[in-house]
Design a protein around this ligand. Structure first.
Ligand code: FES
Length: 354
């Protein structure tokens, strides 16, 4: 049944889809833009923000495309005057108690609410209410929570439950006062939080941000460099956010085939070593019990001469190479090639084998 294929009509176009897909998933596959706020492709559909609404023939009111499954012959419209009005009003309702301090907001340029407010021409002050004025929560070294910027999409709570399975967060209170809080009511600590920052990666606004990156450069100030995490052999991808030659933040690569944007605490927050003044940047040669700096040529010549002497005296089979799962496939391949071809031994192993 899951694999049953049929066609639906979206914006007049016939599109092939599978049973069990939502309208939003089919639109995304077909590159048809539909705005979303509570949707995160890593999570189960939630249907909270109502921005993804579309018109479906046979229904008088728009339906949330993220929670509505396609049916054979369904006729869907994703853009219309009525839908634009609906989305604009929804955004204006969200903005009515939002701080709207985009000039200084850490998430400016990467805020989904900001992008959609611009796209739909939402105006401030369409609904009168008091601003929250809740204080910033900085009770831990990694994650800052600005409750006034929360749009209650629950992506933080859901990713912590569905993906991390840590259940650090829950939603508390009702209606417009609803906010994510820690499940045990205590400040975040190693007792109740993994500090993986998955909640930050899921947050569509500036409500949850990386504390140690605050003030160091926003989305429009940084160059994003895609790389592979070197902490273990899983091979997670992410983006190093670089400003003035310095890494100021790590952000998710949601299209990464290995980790789909998910990271652990080391991958997301363990980048201080890159600019550590204690980092060894040149080869060191030990002489008379003390290290001295050396050029790469001198160091490589010394290592080569030592290996040659060893091979000459004991034979190549006495030499082996152990590589690390922290290295890339290419680096591991090079080590294997060097041991087999340059040394002449088949003694090659890797820590990931056990
Ligand atoms: Fe569908 Fe939020 S994305 S309701």
């Amino acid at each position: 049944m899951e694999n049953q294929q049929f066609a639906v009509r979206i914006n007049g176009q016939s599109i092939s889809c599978r049973a069990g897909q939502t309208i939003l998933e089919v639109c995304r596959e077909a590159n048809i833009p539909v705005p979303t706020l509570c949707y995160d492709k890593r999570l189960n559909p939630y249907g909270a923000c109502r921005l993804c609404v579309v018109e479906v023939d046979g229904y008088t009111e728009p339906l949330a495309s993220c929670t509505t499954f396609v049916q054979p012959g369904m006729v869907v419209t994703t853009e219309s005057e009525k839908l634009s009005r609906h989305r604009k009003t929804t955004i204006e309702l969200l903005l009515h108690n939002h701080p709207n301090d985009c000039m200084t907001c850490e998430a400016s340029g990467a805020c989904e609410l900001q992008t959609m407010a611009y796209q739909y021409g939402a105006r401030l002050g369409q609904f009168q209410t008091k601003k929250w004025g809740l204080p910033l929560v900085e009770d831990n070294p990694f994650i800052t929570f600005e409750p006034n910027k929360c749009v209650v999409c629950a992506r933080c709570v859901r990713i912590c439950h569905e993906v991390v399975m840590a259940d650090t967060l829950k939603l508390e209170q009702n209606g417009w006062r609803t906010l994510p809080v820690t499940t045990d009511g205590k400040p975040r600590s190693l007792d109740n939080c993994e500090f993986c920052g998955q909640c930050v990666s899921a947050c569509p606004t500036g409500a949850l941000t990386d504390r140690k990156s605050r003030g160091k450069g926003r989305a429009m100030d940084v160059k994003k460099v895609k790389t592979t995490c070197s902490y273990c052999g899983t091979g997670c991808n992410f983006f190093l956010n670089v400003k003035d030659g310095k890494v100021v933040r790590v952000t998710s690569d949601f299209d990464a085939p290995v980790n789909h944007g998910n990271l652990c605490v080391k991958g997301r927050y363990g980048f201080d070593f890159i600019h550590s003044p204690e980092r060894i940047k040149t080869p060191l040669i030990k002489e008379n019990g003390k290290f001295r700096e050396a050029s790469w040529d001198e160091a490589l010549d010394l290592v080569a001469s030592k290996f040659n002497a060893l091979i000459k005296e004991h034979g190549p089979e006495k030499v082996g190479g152990f590589s690390s799962s922290r290295c890339t496939n290419e680096e591991n391949y090079l080590l294997s090639k060097w041991v087999r071809c340059a040394v002449g031994s088949n003694n090659v192993d890797n820590c990931a084998r056990v």
